[in-house]
Ligand binder design. Structure first.
Ligand SMILES: O=C(COP(=O)(O)O)N(O)CCCCO
Ligand code: NA
Ligand SMILES: [Zn+2]
Length: 305
């Protein structure tokens, strides 16, 4: 069934598990996400960035909405990194049941103002909202500690932000970053900060930049002809700990991108004569389903639907 983000995330925070929010850009990715959620009896959030909306438009949104409506588990369609009030309202008109307004790059007051506008409009239409406080990722090792703190979400400021905006869930900057290169060795994620924020803020918390970038997938990508540097992601154990500390939504895009591309590359490399789209995209869909399954097991959402 198609539900709002609150319907999925409030129980997740209360139950100390997290729910995967997986980015989609086509039918196969959407099927891998929702069919795996049904197989595992897991709630799930399917998200589209503004780039995905540009790429697939209402056609793609309708694929998600139709699968969600027919699904036997709760599914929300979420706008990822909405950049403006207009973008959020457009997504709601397209049938999205959850929208992010990401005004985290503005000064605090402007972030509050922009977020509150979206919250008022979305709530008037029964849609739930994600906002962001703090600067996500891209924190390099060379950044000295206090500068590093300048990026990460301040717990006391988070309390004020949630009170002043009425946002339903909050994306916090905890050291993670988007993409395949999240640091060296075991990338930094500030579990102590998550715990502190969760003690002060009772709404569901969101972790962006949480792909695991598993080494075996990276190697398969390379072996199939892909080129990628020393890619590394967030450790499964760290995400499990974060879910104990109030993280209820975990964003995953890079792992699905790597899985789809690896699946396609392997077929094309192995069978240069192949040109049946079902034989090219089918294995990619299967590999993405494996990635989604692993993540749901790590986050603890299996059987929660
Ligand atoms: O937080 C994330 C996903 O992070 P990750 O790149 O770790 O999958 N997203 O919001 C998805 C869009 C960013 C481009 O990947
Ligand atoms: Na988001
Ligand atoms: Zn993100």
């Amino acid at each position: 069934m198609l539900v709002t983000g609150n319907d999925i995330l409030i129980p997740a925070r209360a139950g100390k598990y997290a729910v995967g929010a997986f980015n989609t850009n086509n039918m196969e990715i959407t099927q891998a996400i929702i069919h795996t959620a049904e197989k595992l009896r897991s709630p799930v959030m399917v998200q589209m960035s503004e780039g995905a909306i540009k790429y697939g438009g209402q056609d793609l949104a309708d694929i998600v909405i139709d699968l969600a409506q027919r699904s036997t588990v709760p599914v929300a369609l979420h706008l990822d990194h909405g950049s403006s009030y207009d973008s959020a309202l457009k997504a709601i008109k397209m049938g999205f049941t959850s929208v992010m307004i990401d005004a985290s790059h503005y000064p605090f007051e402007e972030n509050v103002h922009e977020t509150r506008r979206v919250v008022e409009a979305a709530h008037a239409m029964g849609i739930s909202v994600e906002a962001e406080l703090g600067r996500l990722g891209g924190i390099e090792e060379h950044v000295v500690v206090d500068e590093k703190d300048a990026f990460l979400t301040d717990p006391e400021e988070a309390v004020k932000f949630v009170e002043e905006t009425g946002t339903d869930y909050l994306a916090i900057a905890i050291g993670t970053s988007h993409g395949a290169y999240k640091g060296k060795g075991r990338p930094f994620i500030d579990l102590a900060r998550i715990k502190r924020i969760s003690e002060l803020v009772s709404i569901p918390l969101v972790a962006h930049g949480s792909s695991g970038v598993p080494a075996e997938l990276v190697q398969r990508f390379r072996d199939a002809g892909g080129e990628i540097g020393d890619a590394v992601g967030i450790a499964d154990e760290d995400l499990q700990q974060a879910a104990q500390y109030g993280i209820a939504k975990v964003n995953v895009d890079t792992d699905l991108r790597l899985a789809m591309t690896t699946g396609v590359r392997e077929v094309l490399k192995k069978n240069p004569k192949e040109f049946d789209p079902r034989k090219i995209f089918g294995p990619a869909r299967d590999l993405m389903s494996q990635v989604v399954e692993h993540k749901m097991r790590v986050l603890g959402s299996v059987g929660k639907a």
